[in-house]
Design a protein around this ligand. Structure first.
Ligand code: FAD
Ligand code: UDP
Length: 377
């Protein structure tokens, strides 16, 4: 078989690049994945109870990029969806990110009012403050509040999720869920928040439905041998794996997902409930909130953080911290020596904590900056 491009990995990164190359350059692509499906970690399917579930954990689409939104809109209709998360703190279910409503639910009224005034004075309304920043506030009362939020919302959740304390990670990690001086209870404030109306797998099917794209599943790139001839390659798997771990294993974090179907129409009060301080799981998500599906039963997914064990479980999260970035940079230098014959991109190949829209944005940029111009990345 001879193709112009071999693309390894059929997640958002690989599918976006395959689609662009096939439709915009009219070149032939072989897209392979070692899993038995396309979609990467965004893959969804109907479980045995007929509920649409996300096999690799709940995926909620949100973006501020009009470009990404417009691009994906060519392959799906959308169902408007604004995700809400409740965190169980001292036995109460309060909005996460922590906001003025959470404050009022957890503190006596007078005290909550005083703290609210102090927050508004220090930061202003509608402002997002990363918890590690708030802990540096010079006002003792606000620092105490920050310590309370740190202890009750962030510390135990983060240790469970990463096996690291919040200050041992890049501040951007806890900064994803900043304290929000607002009464907006949504988890995200992005301009576009929606779910693909017929699911992610249907979206991927439409992206890949082109005469220039062939898909080969259940195939690791190592098994291809000389069976396929190609001019250039795009690799979206783990970067350390690509280079045979020549600079050592990059650290990743894994998860175990437990799916439980309840014999009732609705179980939770919100799409996701976080359990920072109890249990071994971090959160429970009720899939029907996300998909809007109607059914007399409901499937929930519990997320249990796990150490990554190569060959036994999946490398879901790169671990953002300085020493890991330095190790990744050694691999980046190796990638640069490939002079564009192999391009690396994606959450695992870039070793970056991308959301779906960021993976698509990265793929579109790589296409424009180098693939379409026939240059290196
Ligand atoms: P992936 O989806 O990981 O795809 C890479 C593919 O490469 C995989 O299918 C893999 O099998 C394949 N592969 C790897 N090595 C090889 C090889 N050697 N040979 C063949 N194939 C190979 N983002 C959001 O925007 N919203 C969310 O709510 C959200 N929730 C998430 C929840 C969890 C639990 C996780 C783990 C991620 C979540 N994300 C979310 C992030 C999202 O999954 C990623 O941004 C996106 O999937 C990245 O796409 P990708 O193509 O770069 O990588
Ligand atoms: N986090 C936390 N408590 C929460 C929610 C989030 O400590 O209730 C921290 C935790 O470190 C987590 C990070 O913020 O890993 C990012 O959360 P997000 O929900 O964005 O994680 P993801 O959906 O990517 O797993």
């Amino acid at each position: 078989m001879k193709v112009d491009w071999l693309i390894v990995g059929a997640g958002f990164t690989g599918c976006t690049l395959a689609e662009r190359i096939a439709t915009q350059l009219d070149q032939k692509v072989l897209l392979i994945d070692r899993r038995n499906h396309t979609g990467g970690n965004a893959y969804d399917h109907y479980d045995k109870n007929g509920i649409l579930v996300h096999k690799y954990g709940p995926h909620i689409f949100h973006t501020n990029s009009k470009k990404v939104w417009d691009y994906l809109s060519a392959f799906t209709e959308w169902r408007p969806y604004h995700h809400h998360v409740l965190g169980v703190i001292e036995g109460k279910r309060v909005p996460v990110p922590f906001n003025l409503n959470s404050l009022e639910m957890l503190f006596p009224r007078r005290m909550a009012e005083r703290l609210e005034c102090a927050l508004l004075e220090a930061y202003g309304f509608g402002v997002k403050v990363p918890i590690l920043k708030m802990r540096e506030n010079s006002n003792t009362e606000l620092r105490n509040l920050a310590d309370y939020i740190y202890k009750n919302v962030f510390y135990n959740y983060t240790v469970k999720q990463w096996d690291l304390k919040p200050d041992e990670l890049d501040p951007s990690v806890t900064g994803r869920v900043p304290v929000y001086i607002s009464r907006d209870d949504r988890y995200f404030q992005d301009t576009w928040q929606a779910m693909p109306r017929y699911g992610y797998s249907a979206l991927f099917e439409r992206m890949l439905n082109h005469r220039n794209i062939r898909v080969l599943l259940n195939t690791d790139v190592r098994e291809l041998g000389g069976l396929v001839q190609f001019n250039r390659m795009i690799y979206t798997g783990p970067v350390d794996d690509y280079f045979d771990y020549m600079h050592g294993h990059l650290p990743y974090r894994s998860l175990r997902f437990d799916f439980v179907t309840a014999d009732q129409e609705r179980v939770q009060d919100a799409g996701t409930v976080n359990y920072p301080n109890d249990y071994d799981f971090t959160r429970i998500t009720e899939q029907k909130f996300l998909t809007g599906q109607r059914s007399p039963v409901s499937t929930l997914v519990y997320e249990y953080p796990q150490p990554y064990m190569p060959g036994e479980n999946e490398a879901y999260y790169p671990i953002p911290r300085e020493e890991n970035r330095e190790q990744y940079n050694l691999y980046l230098q190796e990638a640069e020596k490939l002079n564009g014959t192999v391009l690396l991109a994606g959450r695992l190949a870039d070793y970056k904590y991308y959301n779906m829209d960021q993976a698509v944005a990265r793929a579109l940029k790589l296409f424009e900056d180098s693939v379409a111009r026939g240059e290196s990345a």
